[in-house]
Design a protein around this ligand. Sequence first.
Ligand code: IMP
Length: 180
Amino acid sequence: MHADAERILFSEEEIKNAVKALGKRITEDYMDEPPIIVGILKGSFIFMSDLVREIGLNCDIDFMIAKSYGSATVSSGTVNIVKDLDTDISGRHVLIVEDILDTARTLTAVKDLLMDRSAKSVKIAALLDKVTAERVSDLKADYRCFEVGNEFVVGYGLDFAEKYRGLKYICVLRPEIYEH
Ligand code: IMP
């Protein structure tokens, strides 16, 4: 375990099994019409790369970078699209892949934006779902691997100040790491 980690929440093996199971579900659900899979960078990059290899369909892949700002209580309109899609999504199923659903501020805005572009459907696959977090909307993850409590987690793509993304497990950091 990394010296900065306090406790491991999900091991490499648990993540592998959960991603595999999720890939199977998505494969079954989209069998008739493969979706465009949209990864929200940067946090989703490891989850996305593992997940697409567990989806047995010929999916298009695209990425977005979206930065949300403003108060925690408003959502749409307060998102800045730093990198937009290269793909025309009109009439297509879209599956957004996100690392963690917290307030849902970013994804609420992104989902609205993609719906406005006449996507056939827009669904969300989140690696982690902070179920007790205060949400800015009623947006929910259509698919998720794990639930987490209201604590800050890192690893498997998730960072603290751009660090720890490469950890193979998901963990909670020691409090003193945040304190300076
Ligand atoms: P939301 O818009 O509040 O749902 O924020 C989602 C984004 O905040 C995620 O995509 C992460 O980049 C970041 N985030 C929220 N909680 C955590 C955490 O516990 N660890 C690392 N990043 C987090």
